[in-house]
Design a protein. Structure first.
Length: 107
């Protein structure tokens, strides 16, 4: 069951991504219009194609990585690793304390 917090996070994500898509989309449309309308403007605007394609490819790669991580279930229990780390740390501390006293016995 989704809580109010889940809905609030979803709404905020949609709002923030909406503004991002609008900003990027409007600049992309301006670039396409610049390149396609005038021959002189096309030569001036073509410099933006390489960085834009790099940006789109890198973003697509990160989006694929995020989708793969979500499909593998890496976001299901994000609290467990910290508990595991603390448990292992406690076991290591206990083992190091026990080894100190085992070497101190006089024979």
């Amino acid at each position: 069951m989704k809580t109010l917090k889940d809905y609030a996070v979803s709404v905020m994500a949609v709002v923030i991504l909406g503004f991002c898509f609008f900003g990027f989309g409007s600049k992309f449309v301006e670039l396409v219009r610049l390149v396609t309308t005038d021959e002189l403007a096309a030569t001036e605007g073509i410099f933006a194609v390489a960085p834009l394609s790099n940006y789109l490819l890198a973003s697509a790669g990160f989006l694929c990585l995020l989708g793969w991580a979500a499909a593998q279930g890496m976001f299901r229990n994000i609290e467990q690793p910290k508990h595991t780390m603390l448990d292992v740390d406690a076991k290591l501390d206990a083992a190091s304390e026990a080894s100190k006293f085992s070497n101190s016995v006089i024979r």
